[in-house]
Ligand binder design. Structure first.
Ligand SMILES: Nc1ncnc2c1ncn2[C@@H]1O[C@H](COP(=O)(O)OP(=O)(O)OP(=O)(O)O)[C@@H](O)[C@H]1O
Ligand SMILES: [Mg+2]
Length: 489
């Protein structure tokens, strides 16, 4: 089927292109939509009243609006507050505010932010029309976002003026049919030696960085941002410290990296709704570049804070907690977010994504850690013991795995990596014996080899945060570190 302005699969930046005169069938479709729109019952109840505010959640009566719709809460002598409908019970609608609720009182007016019966527009896809119809949120997408730092509502945070060259789009969309998604086949150079060598990443892979606090997740994410080959980098800073936003942009991305990056920041003090929206918005921005055939790197710090924001919302509207206080909806939201990244339709463009996952108290059995590990295509575990001994990046190679590595590397590379792992873990298993001097040299030739190579392997795994290690040089170094004979296979 040819791509048209009414085609739901059409390129997202179509509004920026010169507009083709519509074909007669488009007019017909447009007229049908206009007719339906005119015949529809106009809801009479378009303004409700705020009746209750408990903790984080607003309750309104007298308004019938769908979940996901945006509403404005207004009260005299007070700035209006934007809120999103997150649930309902009978006639009562539950809303989460996107701003400060201080000073609101009962009786404030609650009205939909967008008209429910919008005028159908000719150059609008069916998906877009549906979103506008339901009063769903639309946010700016397009080239104008490159080089900018924005909040989860698309407002610039960088004091560089209004954002030009963007169009407002809804960011809810149909998932890609699993059969139309290209498999991960091409290798991606991340510039990090331990990852390139032993946990090789493919274009379109989704990987988790798992660690307790302060073990080096953000620094490692920064190294990827600097050295990974990508056309566009989208960074979602979700629920982390506000201070880190500026640091990430100035110290990690630098001038060069910034020109091809978009940063969406929803720090810890943003309302939970905006923290969740920030993660979805960053993903939607990455999708919009991918749909145009670009290779996107999506860095999300952190996935745990996204799940925690959903926990706050779900508990506030009365969903019962299931595991460790997380209601079931948290576990449903994670794959919905993560499945949006990956390779595009029929191999057009890709989103390679790194998500940091906080394992509280270095607990690898945490429910979010477990859920994230199950839905991602690879996990890189950082170890506090390594970090404490000054071994950076503190990647625990024994516990980490890349599930697509065998698809993207040569047989020689795969064999060398396997040899590295087996020698490395041989030493780790004998470490206690060796350290107390209970091991007699010569009693196990494999352990003798592991002892001889161990120091070199430790050096191989460490890397300065301002040094890049390309995939080609890494393979040569891997041969040296494992003392592999030439023509090892
Ligand atoms: N590659 C590295 N080289 C040297 N020091 C590092 C490296 N990685 C991390 N560090 C040190 O570890 C500290 C914590 O790192 P980072 O902020 O990345 O941790 P984090 O896991 O993101 O923490 P949090 O969970 O609190 O966000 C850094 O301030 C830095 O001192
Ligand atoms: Mg961090």
């Amino acid at each position: 089927m040819e791509s048209t302005d009414l085609d739901p699969e059409a390129a997202p930046d179509e509004a920026l292109q010169p507009v083709e005169p519509p074909a007669p069938s488009h007019w017909q479709e447009f007229l049908d939509r206009a007719r339906k729109s005119a015949q529809r019952d106009t809801p009479l109840e378009v303004r409700g009243t705020l009746t209750r505010l408990t903790g984080l959640v607003l309750e309104a009566t007298g308004i019938r609006v769908p979940v996901g719709a945006q509403c404005i809460v207004t009260q005299r002598a007070r700035e209006p507050v934007l809120a999103e409908v997150v649930g309902f019970s009978g006639e009562r609608a539950f809303l989460m505010p996107a701003g400060d609720v201080y000073g609101l009182s009962s009786g404030a007016a609650v009205a939909p932010a967008a008209p429910f019966v919008p005028v159908p527009r000719l150059h609008e896809s069916a998906d877009e029309a549906h979103a506008a119809d339901a009063g769903m949120l639309r946010l700016p997408l397009g080239d104008g976002l490159l080089g900018r730092v924005i909040d989860s509502q698309g407002n610039p945070l960088d004091r560089m003026g209004p954002i030009a060259n963007v169009t407002s789009k809804s960011f809810s969309r149909k998932p890609i049919n699993a059969m139309d998604r290209a498999p991960v086949r091409d290798v991606l150079d991340t510039g990090v030696r331990a990852i390139n060598a032993l946990l090789t990443v493919g274009r379109g892979q989704r990987i988790g960085l798992f660690a307790g606090s302060g073990v080096g997740k953000s620094v490692l994410l920064g190294m990827m941002a600097r050295y990974t080959q990508a056309d566009v980098i989208v960074v979602g800073l979700i629920g982390e410290r506000g201070r880190e936003v500026k640091e990430f942009i100035e110290d990690i991305l630098g001038e060069q990296g910034r020109a091809r990056s978009v940063v969406v920041a929803a720090p810890a003090d943003a309302p939970p709704l905006l923290r969740m929206q920030g993660a979805t918005y960053a993903t939607a921005i990455a999708e919009s570049f991918r749909d145009r055939g670009q290779h996107v790197l999506l860095l999300m710090d952190s996935l745990t804070r996204y799940a925690m924001a959903q926990r706050e919302i779900a508990l506030a509207i009365g969903e019962p907690p299931a595991t460790k206080g997380y209601p079931p909806s948290c576990f449903a939201k994670l794959p919905q977010l993560v499945e949006r990244s990956g390779n595009g339709l029929n191999g057009v463009g890709s989103i390679t994504a790194f998500y940091t996952v906080l394992s509280e108290g270095d607990d690898q059995q945490d429910p979010i850690v477990d859920a994230a590990r199950a839905i991602l295509d690879g996990h890189i575990v950082l170890s506090r013991t390594l970090a404490e001994s000054g071994h950076y990046p503190a990647i625990d190679v024994e516990q980490s795995a890349s599930r697509v590595m065998h698809n993207v590397v040569s047989r020689e590379h795969f064999e060398l990596a396997r040899r590295f792992r087996s020698i490395y873990s041989k030493y780790e298993r004998g470490r206690d014996l060796i350290q107390i001097g209970a091991y007699a040299n010569g009693s196990d030739p494999a352990l003798d080899e592991a002892i001889a190579l161990h120091e070199g392997m430790g050096r191989f795994l460490q890397q300065d945060m301002y040094e890049a290690a390309s995939l080609d040089e890494v393979l040569e170094q891997l041969k040296v570190a494992t003392n592999a004979e030439p023509g090892y296979l």
